[in-house]
Design a protein around this ligand. Sequence first.
Ligand code: ZN
Length: 272
Amino acid sequence: MTDSNYLRVTVWGENIHEKTSKAVSKVYPKGMHTAIADALNKDKTIKAVTATLDQPEHGLTEKLLAETDVLTWWGHAGHEQVDDKIVERVKNRVLEGMGIIILHSGHFAKIFKALMGTSCALTWREAGEKERLWICNPGHPIVQGIKGPYFELQHEEMYGEPFGIPTPDEQIFISWFTGGEVFRSGVTYKRGNGKVFYFRPGHETYPTYHDANVQLVIRNAAHWAKPEGKYPQTCPNIPFDKAPETVIPWGDSVHEDDGAIASVAAKKKKAK
Ligand code: ZN
């Protein structure tokens, strides 16, 4: 297979807890990002690489993003350390068509908030409760291969409603926790031409990314989110004589023939 035949996934992790907390490095000795990338690379049609916050440009260079079909995002303690310029760069790639999978505490990442336009706030409790993830649509590509109407994680952080997100395009999972709360734990959106999947589980001190069902969902989601063509980001002027059908221009316009706004063009001319 050539490179272009692989689904190219970049796994982004802030990689802070792994370096500062023994509880986390015990569960993820090589970092959560490596565990997630390893899970993706079990699929021979996927080529997953990692990028982390501490790298130049957080590892998300123009070149890497141009060669990324789907980006996964795990952040928590370092949301504010993510450079706004990089957030804008990632957002533009999503609008163009790159898929993005936001994991767990990434609900409060700048990139998710920018894509949603809402608070993305929720309620939470760290008590190692059982999470039961009910499948809302058994026919959806993201849940293929999961046996049964739900799967469970024995120990997870609780996230509860209300979750400050826009109404999802599709709801894939709804979670129930031992404490009684429920949460929209798998939701999809389209932003521009990019597909967005938010997937709730993944608290740093629990072995969630070693779970077979969680790994399967992330692999399925990567395939589901792959780009479907590129969406234009500019607004080119189509002059009347280039229209598919004959157009006889009528009326005054503030635009010059080339589409520039006349008053702005005149100012520019004067400045020269
Ligand atoms: Zn957490």
